[in-house]
Write a protein that binds this ligand. Structure first.
Ligand code: FEO
Length: 391
């Protein structure tokens, strides 16, 4: 989309990537994504806040005015910085504004000449004449060098990845439909850095914000909507269990069914995902809330099924706040290393193993009884957490 006015002298430039289906060659994008850049024309100087993915460089270059003084790089990742080298060619006097940490990253990622940089510190300001930019350091949202930019006169926060959503749409302002894409984005990009994000929310609440303009997805003209959603996602786990399973011949599924029935009958919200056919983004969303993760897998050559290893490696990256883990396992002749492999797959999680139920081949009635006992153990833990909250 070409220049779209947000307020006097402030414009949004959205590169809509409807067809992108994977981010980082890993994260599914069911709704595509956007790369948002923002143009601010002050009475004396003009600044561009972030750029776009390099494949949209021509769109960006074709949408800019004759003169550009500053390119503010809130974050060095290439989906926002990738067009900077071409902009520097087109605007030979323009300077890049970024944090001290971002400068060497931009140099190594994009081979930019050192002389093109001006580095800024937390709370430092830059005047564009009748408009003033304030730079707010927000490390780990989502790399260590990241900052946001606040436009004082218009009360707009340009938050880059923070509060983003992978969503390609022509609608500028978010409504309730953004909730799931924003939660998916939070789960995949921000949840690993939850303790930093919590502190950033407190810091940002000191600013009078009328619009939040992230570099992916839509703009929030009701900032409380996304602040409140983040508060919820960053808060305590809910009375929820996520079951991640693979079943090759139905034995694991029998155990899963027994466990899920038992948990659900106790009022626990259970989300089960067949890893042979699930969207990893949906799993990430469910993991935002789960108190317990159940892993159910056949043993395949002494190891968990490869899809289980993959899902656990994603969980280990995104670091959900679940406190309990349980394992169901069916094996043909041995499962000695399967359980150890599951435990070793999630070293980043602060999680207690509540129990394991294994069976050789199909589960017997006795083993299904053990599954119900495990469900009862999970139920006790959840009851303890949630009755504490009620008191
Ligand atoms: Fe949208 Fe961390 O880049």
């Amino acid at each position: 989309m070409g220049l779209r006015k947000l307020s006097s002298g402030v414009f949004m430039l959205s590169a809509l990537d409807y067809d992108r289906r994977l981010f980082d060659s890993l994260i599914p994008l069911p709704d595509g994504t956007t790369y948002n850049s923002y143009l601010i024309t002050g009475s004396e100087k003009t600044a561009l806040i972030d750029t776009v993915d390099p494949k949209f460089s021509a769109f960006l270059l074709g949408s800019l005015p004759e003169k550009l003084d500053y390119i503010v790089s809130n974050h060095a990742e290439q989906d926002h910085s990738g067009a900077i080298p071409l902009l520097l060619e087109k605007f030979p006097d323009a300077k890049i504004i970024c944090t001290e940490l971002a400068k060497p990253m931009l140099i190594s990622l994009l081979h930019i000449d050192e002389g093109r940089f001006v580095t800024v510190k937390d709370n430092e300001q830059l005047s564009l004449g009748d408009k003033t930019l304030t730079f707010i350091s927000l490390p780990w949202s989502h790399w260590p060098e990241t900052m946001a930019t606040y436009l004082n006169e218009d009360k707009i926060l340009f938050s880059c990845d923070l509060f983003g959503s992978h969503l390609a749409t022509t609608r500028i302002y978010a409504d309730g439909a953004v909730y799931e894409p924003a939660k998916r984005y939070y789960a995949e990009i921000m949840m690993p850095f939850a303790k930093f994000i919590k502190a950033h929310l407190s810091k940002l609440r000191n600013f009078d914000i009328k619009l939040i303009a992230p570099s992916h997805g839509q703009i929030y003209n009701n900032p409380d909507f996304i602040f409140n959603a983040y508060d919820d996602w960053l808060g305590n786990p809910k009375n929820s269990v996520v079951v991640l399973y693979v079943s090759m011949h139905g034995s694991v599924k029998k155990m899963v069914d027994a466990l899920v029935d038992s948990l659900a009958s106790n009022g626990i919200n259970v989300r089960q995902f067949n890893l042979a056919k699930s969207d990893i983004g949906k799993i990430a969303i469910a993991l935002v809330d789960a108190l317990t993760i159940v892993v159910a897998t056949p043993t395949v050559r002494n190891m968990p099924h490869p899809n289980v290893i993959y899902a656990l490696s994603i969980a280990n990256i995104i670091v959900p706040k679940a406190k309990y883990l349980a394992v169901l396992n069916s094996y043909g002749w041995s499962n000695t290393t399967t359980i150890a492999a599951i435990k070793n797959s999630v070293p980043n999680l602060n999680i207690d193993l509540l129990g394991i139920v294994g069976c050789k081949g199909q589960p017997t009635e006795k083993e299904l009884g053990a599954v119900k006992d495990l469900a009862e153990e999970i139920n006790k833990k959840h009851t303890a957490v949630f009755s504490d909250k009620a008191n």
